[in-house]
Design a protein around this ligand. Structure first.
Ligand code: 5GP
Length: 141
């Protein structure tokens, strides 16, 4: 497996070199909205420590990311009036991974509504800003 590339797009977001629609942050994890959501509220949860994917992440960082993903899933149920939540996590190109800093997709789902294909459409900035605010508020409750 190739080594971690510190110039991947999520590493730049983690360093504050690129913007994001932040939903949650603590000392070990960051969560922000996917700019090409597969459903409204689609969130990505990342460890702050460099890790390419599940295959090289430290066990403690992985456990923390899972804990944050659970909190976000619960908040999405209320903030987006979801009927369920889909969790996805891809490893290496063959596993469907496109951005090589570990991230867990947390996607609110409505009964009977299919997810959009990956990277189908960029969401409007105003919509993402409003959704990030709504989800962050639900997380704080
Ligand atoms: P994966 O690596 O798990 O296959 O997918 C990467 C995800 O990152 C995709 O869902 C894509 O829409 C999302 N993505 C790609 N570039 C950016 C970006 O610059 N900002 C954000 N917030 N999401 C991105």
């Amino acid at each position: 497996m190739p080594s971690y590339d510190p110039n991947n797009i999520f590493a730049k977001i983690l360093r504050g070199e690129l913007p994001c629609y932040k939903v949650y942050e603590d000392d070990k994890a960051l969560a922000f909205l996917d700019i090409m959501p597969r459903a409204p509220g689609h969130t990505l949860v990342l460890p702050k420590a460099p890790a390419r994917n599940l295959l090289d992440v430290g066990a403690d960082d992985l456990a923390h990311v899972a804990k944050v993903a659970q909190q976000i899933a619960k908040a999405q149920m209320t903030a987006f009036a979801a009927d369920g939540v889909t969790i996805q996590q891809f490893n290496e190109g063959a596993g469907g991974q496109v951005v090589f800093h570990l991230h867990v997709h947390v996607i609110p789902r409505k009964a009977g509504t299919a997810m959009k294909p990956p990277a189908a459409e960029k969401e409007k900035p105003d919509t993402l800003a409003e959704q990030a605010k709504k989800l962050a508020a639900a997380l704080a409750n």
